[in-house]
Design a binder for this molecule. Sequence first.
Ligand SMILES: NC(=O)c1ccc[n+]([C@@H]2O[C@H](COP(=O)([O-])OP(=O)(O)OC[C@H]3O[C@@H](n4cnc5c(N)ncnc54)[C@H](OP(=O)(O)O)[C@@H]3O)[C@@H](O)[C@H]2O)c1
Length: 348
Amino acid sequence: MVKWFLSHLAIQQLTITTMKKILITGASGFVGSHLVEEALQRNLEVYAGIRKTSSREFLQDSRINFIELNFGDKDQMANLLKRKQFDYIIHNAGVVTAPKLADYWLVNRDYVKNFADAVIASGEMPEKFTFISSAAAYGPASEEDLTDFLKEEDVPNPINTYGKSKLEAERYLAQLPDFPYITIRPTGVYGPREKEIFVFFKLVNRNIEGYIGTRKQHLAFVYVKDLARVVLDATTSSFSQKSYFVSDGRYYAQWDLGKAAKRILNKKTLRFHVPIGLVRGVAWFMEQIGKGDGKYPTLNLEKVRILESVNWKCDIEPLKEDLNFQPQYDLEEGLEETLAWYRENGWL
Ligand SMILES: NC(=O)c1ccc[n+]([C@@H]2O[C@H](COP(=O)([O-])OP(=O)(O)OC[C@H]3O[C@@H](n4cnc5c(N)ncnc54)[C@H](OP(=O)(O)O)[C@@H]3O)[C@@H](O)[C@H]2O)c1
């Protein structure tokens, strides 16, 4: 009995001492909360990087440790990082839509630089620093040649401030000597808790199916659980100083979203197309009004540029080669789970 107890204790101690520590920033958000879940499943000691005001609605697991980082304060971060000695860091915090263009530069570029500088200043280099960038840092791919797709060796050509700010952050990390970064560039991410594409599903649920323009788009998506899996695979792998695009490897027309949602929700819809010229005109008008109070409107010319881009194909072969990435969900399968979640949680 005593022997059994001692060996049991030894195993427990071994588990405790070998548990690796991971910090995930932006943990309160859509992608971040799924990264936290994936990290917990892998028995990592998880630290959710949040701010005072962040919601903890999707961070209820009692194994989660919380840590407040101030990306504007390098010393505060360096001290914290020195104390905690993380094995892995996933820097996922970022702004996807911002009320001011300056916010993209501040959060998506300057805060990434500050955070990486703090990691170096702490003297505690993690095994990996994974940066969640976006396909928008490179794209879109060619509008004329629809066989074209985004790939690592392309010259990046971001068309909005969001993409430009992500690209500058990527470039900063890449030039830091011996910095163990991995850059992940997801395409459109969907799944439970997502709030932007959700607006479209909400309308479909009310029998309305609206599109901007009539030109067929070639869109790429990834289900958030596939993304979380491959981000953790990349983070814990031996690869570093590399960048990867992430999609489910398929391409979808914009109305494939509506088609799948209608089938799953069992809805018939009134389908309409708003002329792109009209949307552009409204966006321009909103921007002129916004200038008065220094705000950038939700519908703006940058957003229209993204909404009308037709080619978001990207290359996931490097992910397959290095990390054996095999997406487990296509759009139909992912949406089955997603829409079920929206319903179960009273969003639809
Ligand atoms: N969703 C997509 O389709 C998609 C596609 C490609 C790349 N990405 C990237 O994935 C990452 C997560 O995006 P998401 O869709 O999950 O967005 P989200 O739900 O809006 O989450 C953003 C997270 O970043 C945090 N954050 C924002 N500004 C911050 C600041 N100034 N200081 C500290 N934390 C801050 C937010 O914290 P609070 O909760 O406190 O606001 C939140 O936890 C972003 O870097 C985004 O660029 C997303």
